[in-house]
Design a protein around this ligand. Structure first.
Ligand code: AMP
Ligand code: ZN
Length: 116
């Protein structure tokens, strides 16, 4: 699984990244095209396409990601808060089909949904 997946290649060390965190199950690295002063992503080392493919067997792993996110955000200087984004499927704007959580902050973070 994931032979041609860009995030699997990063997990395997075949493509370089600016690493933020690594443990047995998770890797965090800076986004190559940041939308804010701090923008990194937390990915599962296991190739999982998106939340739509997750099942009960992934519950602990997904929980770990959400518990780790604020710790890493603080380490990156986001003491006032941060935004987490998980895009799911083409309809959710997902571009890399390997589950990841964006952690975004610093500067001005606009409302996510604009209501005119
Ligand atoms: P998504 O639209 O949620 O699938 O987000 C994919 C994200 O991956 C985008 O924000 C890209 O900038 C980011 N990205 C793509 N390739 C790389 C890479 N080699 N290293 C770091 N981030 C990447
Ligand atoms: Zn992958």
């Amino acid at each position: 699984m994931g032979d041609n997946c860009i995030f699997c290649k990063i997990v395997r060390g075949e493509i370089p990244c600016r690493k933020v965190h690594e443990d047995d199950e998770l890797l965090a690295f800076h986004d190559i095209n940041p939308v804010a002063p701090v923008h990194f992503m937390l990915v599962t080392k296991q190739h999982l396409v998106s939340l739509a493919e997750a099942d009960d067997s992934h519950a602990a792993l997904l929980g770990r990601m959400l518990v780790l996110a604020p710790r890493l955000a603080k380490q990156q200087g986001l003491h006032n808060g941060f935004r987490t984004v998980i895009n799911t499927g083409k309809g959710g704007g997902q571009e890399v089909f390997h589950l990841h959580v964006h952690i975004i902050g610093g500067g001005l973070i606009p409302p996510m949904v604009r209501r005119d």
